[in-house]
Structures are given as structure tokens and as C-alpha cells.
Design a protein. Sequence first.
Length: 279
Amino acid sequence: MKRLIPALLLLAFVPGSSAQAEAYLEAPRVVAALAQGLAAERGIGIRQNSGLAIELYCDAGTMGSSEGFFRIGRLLLKGPPRLRNPSLANAYLALAARLGHQKASMLHNPLVKNANIDLICSNLHGQGGQPKFDLEGYIAGLSPAKRNLAALIRKKAPHYGVDTRLALAIALAESNLDANAVSPKNAQGVMQLIPDTQERFCVEKPFDPEQNIKGGLAYLKWLQNRFGGNLKLVAAAYNAGEGNVDRYGGIPPFPETQHYVRRVLNFSGMATTAGRTRE
């Protein structure tokens, strides 16, 4: 259990951790990652892949979700035989339990020694791999309302010079195409625009899907120009703000942002590696 402490301390610096974990369980980015992980785990719209599910649940956990860590532990304990790792499962169940997840406490086996966790999710590589995310298949499995929003993004993105796949990937990572999504930081709508960004890009009705999408696309176009078309930096800035990208001279060293960049690039089909993105 001692080696779990650094991981918990690291999580304390992630937005939505510790005391705020329950609030962030409902945050749109967390809900999106959990939904996408479940689709990969059960083969809903996309091909079933437990390794991809673990990656997505890890993304949720990095944002402070005890449910994300619980689902990792459950898969490592009860998933396909090639994935099973009781000591590693126990470690993630213990982490979820420390964040208040009751079911994790019930699954945790006190007779099995916890594996060491030096850095959250760093020891999950090789647990099934992370293939290219089937963007179109996933969207096809969503509700008609969400498919309509995806169609609107496809229609509008070319007018802003934004790659349709990138725009869809951002929308999926931000809200899972939920026009009514609101984050604890008051980011709103499909593209999760905060009030300052709404003002910058003339979005008067953030819950109007067309206005929100246009605002998000305008912001993406601005970021593309700002960062010379570097999509890793565009995604990082959309998540953490362009000021942080400038401050760190690249992708900021925030676990949530690093996971976010990897997820967006994978969703869009623009990833050069299935591993963690660091730049």
C-alpha cells in the first residue's frame, strides 16, 4: 500500500481529485471517457477491446473518477484471461476505494498483495494494447440526437478549415456530443466552451448546438493558426489553455492534459503512437 501513496498525491493535483472526486464523476469529460470505455469493453458500436477500455477508464481516473479506477480493477480481475492480474487489479481497486468507491472495497482482496503503482496508469501498457478508435462506428452507435450533432459538425468544420475528424474527436472528448453538458468550471454545451471563450467567439446561446459548435470550430481554427497547425498543441491548448502551452513550451505536464491529447489524436485517427503523448 505504501507505493500507492505517491499515486494518490499525484491525483491530488489533478482537477476534480480527492474531495471533489464525486463532483467530477459527473463532469462531462469524465462521463464521456467512461461511456467510451464501456463501448470498448462491451463492443457497443465499436469492436470489443478490453485494452482500449482500460485506456479510456484510465483517462476518467486521471480526472479524479473513482469509477474509472474501479473499472480498471474489475477488468484486471474479471476480464479476459490474458488481461487478468490480481495484484495489479487489487492496487487499482484500493485506489478507487480510497476515493470512496464502495464496490471497489467489496472487490478488493486483502489476501492478495497490491502491485506497486509509482505513476498512475503507467503500468497498464501491454494490458491488451490500444488500437485505433473507430470514430465512425462509435458515433453510429449513439442516439439519433447525438448523431445529428455529429452531422452538424461534419457540415460546419470544412467552412472553418478544421479537419472534421479533429472536430468530432474534440466534441467526443469534451461532452460525448451532449448539447446540454455543463462542467464544474461552467464549460457549456457540445464543445464545452467557458464563458470567456463564448464571448471571444460570439456565442450568445451556448446551449444552442449550432452556435456552440460554430464557436468551438472558430476557437479550433484560431488555435491552429496560433500553433502553426501542430495538432498536439491545439488539443493541449483546448484542454489546458493556450497560456499553459506557452508557459511550458509544449504540452503541459498535467496528467489530464497528456491523456486528453492522446485520446483526441487517437479518436481523430491522427495519433502517431498508442502510448502516452509527451512533448
